[in-house]
Design a protein around this ligand. Structure first.
Ligand code: 5GP
Length: 189
């Protein structure tokens, strides 16, 4: 177990299929005091996804209401669905000294960067797939989305990649363990 210094806000972004979710899962299992924010989304649950653990799943109308009520510290439309992070949850966690991990897209990362401009505790990481072909293969292997959705996500990934330069750290996810160790090194050193 690693015991990091308290109160960091870590943003990890990556095109869908880069392996971000597995990395984040391993990070939380190996690290004390690291909590992943659970986002709210209008996307339909994938097989095996759990309400309140993977996401809070809501319909478009409910999302709009939450957004208008100022519930989200950041929100974005990604691959046709809406996603948002609860402001109250983040602020409470940070205040009580927790390390928070946000698994969000580059649009959300931009909003977080603006809100935490002067914070030394903000760490931003972009994970890249080794190539777009590799990304397509990984999404196919995952087998959770239709071919049409996969093609859409791969074509959008190339524009996502252009935003990698807005992040403090860029890592190419060739090998799971190497990537994990690199991220731990960035976060805790
Ligand atoms: P997925 O549908 O594959 O779970 O996620 C699709 C994309 O939405 C991923 O890039 C993921 O990081 C992003 N995402 C998930 N939650 C949020 C959020 O709360 N805000 C933003 N801006 N992006 C999110």
């Amino acid at each position: 177990m690693i015991t990091p210094s308290k109160g960091k806000l870590i943003v990890i972004s990556a095109p869908s299929g880069t392996g971000k979710t597995s990395i984040v899962k391993a990070l939380t299992q190996r690290t004390k005091n690291l909590t992943v924010s659970v986002s709210t989304t209008t996307r339909k649950p994938r097989p095996g996804e759990v309400e309140g653990s993977d996401y809070f799943f809501v319909n478009k109308k409910s999302f709009e209401i939450l957004k208008d009520q100022g519930e989200f510290i950041e929100w974005a439309k990604v691959y046709g669905n809406h996603y948002g992070t609860s402001e109250k949850w983040i602020i409470n966690k940070i205040k009580s000294g927790n390390n928070i991990l946000l698994e969000i897209d580059w649009q959300g990362a931009q909003q977080i960067k603006n809100k935490f401009k002067n914070s030394e505790n903000l760490v931003t990481i972009f994970l890249k797939p080794p190539s777009l072909d590799e990304l397509y293969n990984r999404l196919k292997e995952r087998g959770k989305d239709s071919d049409e959705t996969i093609k859409k996500r791969v074509s959008l990934a190339s524009s996502d990649l252009e935003h990698s330069k807005e992040f403090q750290h860029v890592i190419i996810n060739k090998d799971f363990l190497t990537t994990l160790l690199k991220i731990e090194n960035i976060i805790f050193n």
